[in-house]
Design a protein around this ligand. Sequence first.
Ligand SMILES: C[S@@+](CC[C@H](N)C(=O)[O-])C[C@H]1O[C@@H](n2cnc3c(N)ncnc32)[C@H](O)[C@@H]1O
Length: 478
Amino acid sequence: MFEEPEWVEAAPAIVGLRPVTTQVQAATAPPVKGRKRRHLLATLRALEAASLSQQCPSLPGSDSEEEEEVGRKKRHFQRSSLANVSKEVGKKRKGKCQKQAPFISDSEGKEVERTCHRQAPPLGGISAGEEKGKRKCQEYSYLHPTQSLNSVDQTVHNSRTSTATLDPPKSSRESASPNSSHTLSRKQWRNRQKNKRRHKNKFRPLETQDQVPLKASIEETEVPPAPKSDSQETRAGALRARMTQRLDGARFRYLNEQLYSGPSSAAQCLFQEDPEAFLLYHRGFQRQVKKWPLHPVDRIAKDLRQKPASLVVADFGCGDCRLASSVRNPVHCFDLAALDPRVTVCDMAQVPLEDESVDVAVFCLSLMGTNIRDFLEEANRVLKPGGLLKVAEVSSRFEDIRTFLGAVTKLGFKVIYKDLTNSHFFLFDFEKTGPPRVGPKAQLSGLKLQPCLYKHSSLPKAARCKSSIRKRIEPLES
Ligand SMILES: C[S@@+](CC[C@H](N)C(=O)[O-])C[C@H]1O[C@@H](n2cnc3c(N)ncnc32)[C@H](O)[C@@H]1O
């Protein structure tokens, strides 16, 4: 695509700087008129040169050579008579235009010709055509950013590397007429400077519109996040841990309540559907029991270690099999979910054991459902006659111990030992006397234990629960 150099756009037609059209127009223009114009122009140039000699400041970089050239020309203008100057300038410019023409291709020539006609300004000042040209350039630079950038690059490069005095920007046309720069007039030089500036300005919108946002976006993506200080990270980590712990605590309390407030079949469904809930429940339970002075299972294990290791034990609601790990006895472990490979997953209301097959049946904090009777009857079934039933339960769950013990007795047991000394749990030993002494429809209200609920530590004390309930749950709090 043709790239229109701005120095052509801005070149004043009156000084004959229409390189392509000069050949045609020089032949057709009346000589007297042309001579007069040239004369007038030269006069103007001389006057301008005289004023410039006092105004023109030193320019930075490679422009100093151009400045020297201007200075030389100024001196020359001052020395020469106006008439001579006008002739010389006229000849030079005519010659220059004629020199440039052959190096421009047809298509370029026509385009440049059109440009010159269209944009030739009247004498002095910026014409409407020039303004139009400016607008066109701006439009062009937006429409053809790459070409504009290239031309700017070339301009910058040329201004740096140019050793010739007034080299115009190197476009294809310019490179075709390397000597033309030596014959540029002062006004041409000024126009060229103007055009250079315009080239630079042309570059600016591209930079601001396209490159700056890009830079900004790169910065946005590349700039790493401000490093957090150690203390910030520690605090964030601590807060996260605290929140996680709170959430786990809330879920544990919910699950615990579910286990105490419904039948074992419902608890079984709960953990079957959500095995993770079982893990969560046990984490919560372990957290609570760690605060106790003594874990009841350890006390039971201690008792068993004083008995023959040959005794077969059934652990109802074994949890993590801590009992089985603490004794040498064979232990059948039953629970709603398995935290350990030794666990047989089942509802302890129905364990897969033969009748009268075990010596010891253990319920350590596991009488949780509303069907406690089912559990105790199942234990009676699998226990050998004279077998040992050991129960450890949270002390606050018992409203009336005597009623409880009486109900257990009706199910074919005899109380042989009780320990109510511990602050957190009660311990009972029963001996199997025989099958249950009451039918399935008999009411055994003593077996109804209070649920063991865990209070929310962040609640105000008055809001937690009634004093009686609080009393019941206290053993599980520290
Ligand atoms: C509080 S934990 C005690 C665990 C263990 N006995 C200990 O002392 O470390 C109660 C356990 O009984 C289990 N459990 C409650 N009801 C059950 C049921 N119907 N069948 C089997 N296990 C049950 C629970 O799943 C839980 O693992």
